[in-house]
Design a protein around this ligand. Structure first.
Ligand code: ADP
Ligand code: MG
Length: 235
């Protein structure tokens, strides 16, 4: 599913958080939204998800205006840094949740959860509860839960932000490999330059509610368009 964002603006109280954003993300791309804290990245993701309304502008999902698509028909998967697993459900039940509420037959749920457990390399942990898992394992379960409904768009908001350096690195590689196998259109929010460079096909650099520059890692490094981009990328 492609995403087209047209002239999108958002204010909170009288503060401009997003200022005339225009952006196109092609089907199957893994794009990083990279920018300092407070630049509006999460707000943009929440608006795409339909959790928040823009003041101006529109979003088109594969050519359809998003306000014309019901939230339950949007087929979006999310993982947030603090998007906790359900503590009273085990790994299997957490992953199955979205399918259960859609009344998917249990045989199909079982099969799909099994596939996802394999994908996140946690086959033997399906009966464990979140408190028995490490941070990295929990985020892999959160990813599996997001993938369970076969989303057409994956929205990841600093999903590895709370984890330590080594685990983050492993999960980055894992996500990259996963995306090569199953290229779901993915928007990956991070404030970490290294993470964005390693993961994404394309990087969008955010500066205080507007896009400072868009490009492939190499282009950004070789031709930063403003002094903000140059400083932010530590060039
Ligand atoms: P980022 O994800 O890049 O750190 P955010 O989108 O979370 O940035 O926030 C951008 C700005 O919008 C910040 O100044 C933040 O305080 C403000 N903001 C975000 N959500 C709200 C809200 N619900 N009410 C008021 N201000 C908000
Ligand atoms: Mg944020």
């Amino acid at each position: 599913m492609s995403i087209l964002i047209e002239n999108l603006s958002k204010t909170f109280d009288s503060k401009i958080v997003l200022n005339h954003i225009n952006l196109e993300i092609q089907t199957g791309y893994l794009v990083a939204l990279l920018g300092p804290s407070g630049s509006g990245k999460s707000t943009l993701l929440r608006i795409i998800a339909g959790f928040e309304k823009p003041n101006k502008g529109s979003i088109w999902l594969s050519g359809k205006k998003s306000t014309h698509i019901k939230i339950q028909d949007r087929k979006l998967g999310f993982v947030f840094q603090d998007y906790a697993l359900f503590p009273h459900l085990n790994v299997f039940e957490n992953i199955a949740f979205g399918m259960s509420i859609r009344k998917t037959p249990f045989e199909i749920i079982k099969q799909r959860v099994q596939q996802l457990l394999q994908l996140i390399q946690l086959e033997s942990q399906s009966k464990k509860y979140p408190f028995q898992l490490s941070g990295g394992q929990k985020q892999r379960v959160a990813l599996a839960r997001a993938l369970a409904i076969e989303p057409e768009v994956l929205l990841l908001d600093e999903p590895f932000g709370a984890l330590d350096v080594k685990v983050r690195k492993d999960l980055r590689l894992w996500l990259r490999k996963f995306h090569d196998e199953i290229p779901v259109t993915t928007l990956f929010v991070t404030h970490d330059q290294q993470e964005a460079m390693e993961i994404a096909n394309e990087i969008i650099i955010f500066e205080k509610g507007h896009i400072a520059q868009t490009g492939f890692a190499k282009e950004l490094i070789e031709h930063p368009s403003t002094s903000f981009v140059k400083d932010f990328l530590d060039l």
